[in-house]
Design a protein around this ligand. Structure first.
Ligand code: F6P
Ligand code: MG
Length: 441
């Protein structure tokens, strides 16, 4: 606990954390095992006998992992050769000290954030220990499929973007701010489409992402978009460096990534920003999170799309990347279990990177859990308090609610929602656009 605020954990029987560890995580592991098995002929046999053995060995490690999880065994140190092994194992020791020596850190007793992150790292370990298949992305099929299933919605979005691009230089401030608000909301609701909450089931965007904004508006519980807008505008005017930089900490591939790229394109082509840094994961994570491969693949698919506006957007994005206006970055910290308030001490280089941004957008639920430490905060606690000193730059969380953590609500707001809908915090139906300036309070 931090100041008596406990971490969400599966030890609270019946909680969403409990249901996730009990049901959703084993389902995801079973799908991973099945995927490796199904791809045996397609990918692994080219490595001959070694490939076949690797496939068998990885499956057996993953079945063992599923068994450890389901029987609440202690969390084990990692044994592969990735650069982050030491910091994971140190984290385990830190966690063990926090929990006291009576009981070992384990799946159902320890913080949910930690064990859930650990599961994805163990999947990676099972592959790394079997070199012929160590680069295989067990979630690739799902990500690719959800991309194609959202094509219609992407076309709508790209048509909107290309229509606006034509006369973007003539738009007034208020017209720009209107477009900004729309695209910020599109990027917000894009977060509904992750494949972790659905345990890998199809969860793609089927309706028009622009037309649905009005009807979705009442479900935005905290809306600080005007503060995000003023941050962008005031940075323009301050002329600090002459170049405005926005960092986007990405979440999911598929439709959500396209909404983020459309927003980034708008920021650049309107002149509101001059540089966008995207931050993604260095290995497959929480089923649908963006890796470098997904990022490149998505832009290539857009370019090759059989639709004029979609491919035009793709070509534009490829140019941004070539010219360095857009850049993709990954860092091991994003695939570790740490709360973001640990970043300054545990990943000072990454913290310094974010400090160079004028605005940082954090996409999605997991990032929100890490911003707030995944704790059982009172709903009315300030976002600033929950961040516990994490303020590298002005930042904004764009998140649909999929976990039992929410701060910064009005008195009574959370209680009202709870009395109407038991699962308002976990259904993905509600969302927040929550801002925090970089200033100490
Ligand atoms: O377990 C479901 C879940 O893992 C959430 O608890 C987690 O935070 C979320 O899915 C991932 O969502 P997102 O892709 O928005 O980070
Ligand atoms: Mg995700």
């Amino acid at each position: 606990t931090v100041h008596g605020v406990p971490s969400l954990s599966a030890k609270v029987v019946g909680s969403f954390a409990y249901l996730t560890v009990k049901d959703r995580l084993p389902t995801i592991l079973t799908k991973v095992i099945d995927t490796i098995h199904r791809n045996k002929n397609k990918f692994f046999e080219e490595f001959g006998e070694e490939g076949i053995q690797a496939e068998k060995a990885a499956i057996s490690l993953l079945s063992k992992l599923r068994n450890e999880l389901q029987t609440d065994k202690p969390v084990l140190p990692l044994t592969d050769d990735l650069e982050d092994v030491d910091s994971w194992n140190q984290y385990l020791q830190r966690q063990q000290r926090l929990e006291g020596d009576q009981e070992l850190v384990s799946w159902f007793k320890s913080p949910w954030l930690y064990v859930e992150c650990y599961m994805y790292r163990r999947i990676q370990e099972a592959l790394r220990l079997n070199p012929p298949i160590s680069d295989f992305d067990v979630f690739n099929e799902g990500k690719t499929q959800s991309f194609f299933e959202s094509q219609q919605a992407m076309i709508v979005l790209c048509t909107y973007l290309e229509g606006m691009r034509k006369n973007i230089k003539e738009l007034s401030k208020s017209q720009l701010s209107e477009h900004f608000n729309k695209l910020l909301q599109v990027a917000l609701w894009g977060n509904k489409c992750d494949l972790s909450i659905s345990a890998g089931q199809d969860n793609s965007q089927k309706v028009s992402p622009i037309d649905s904004l009005v009807s979705l508006k009442p479900f935005i519980l905290v809306d600080h978009s005007s503060m995000v807008w003023s941050t962008l505008i005031s940075t323009q005017n301050s002329g600090r460096t002459g170049s405005v930089r926005v960092d986007i900490v990405l979440d999911n591939a598929g439709f959500e990534l396209v909404t983020d790229l459309v927003l980034a394109d708008f920021l650049v082509s309107s002149g509101l920003a001059h540089e966008i840094h995207f931050h993604g994961k260095s290995f497959p994570w929480f089923v649908s999170d963006v890796t470098a491969k997904d990022f490149q693949w998505t832009i290539r698919q857009m370019m090759a799309a059989n639709h004029m506006w979609m491919s035009r957007s793709g070509v534009q994005w490829q140019n941004y990347v070539k010219e360095g206006v857009w850049s993709y970055h990954d860092h091991p910290f994003w695939t570790q279990p740490h709360e973001f308030c640990d970043m300054a001490a545990d990943a000072p280089d990454l913290y310094a990177t974010l400090q160079a941004a004028d605005l940082v957008l954090f996409k999605g639920d997991l990032n929100y859990r890490k911003l707030t430490g995944d704790r059982d905060w009172k709903y009315t606690v300030g976002f600033h308090t929950a961040l516990r000193g994490f303020r590298p730059a002005p930042l904004c969380s764009l998140r649909t609610l999929k976990a039992n953590v929410q701060v910064g609500l009005q008195p009574g707001q959370g209680e009202n929602l709870s009395s109407q809908e038991v699962d308002w915090m976990t259904s993905g139906k509600y969302a927040i656009i929550q801002f925090n300036s970089s200033l100490a309070e």
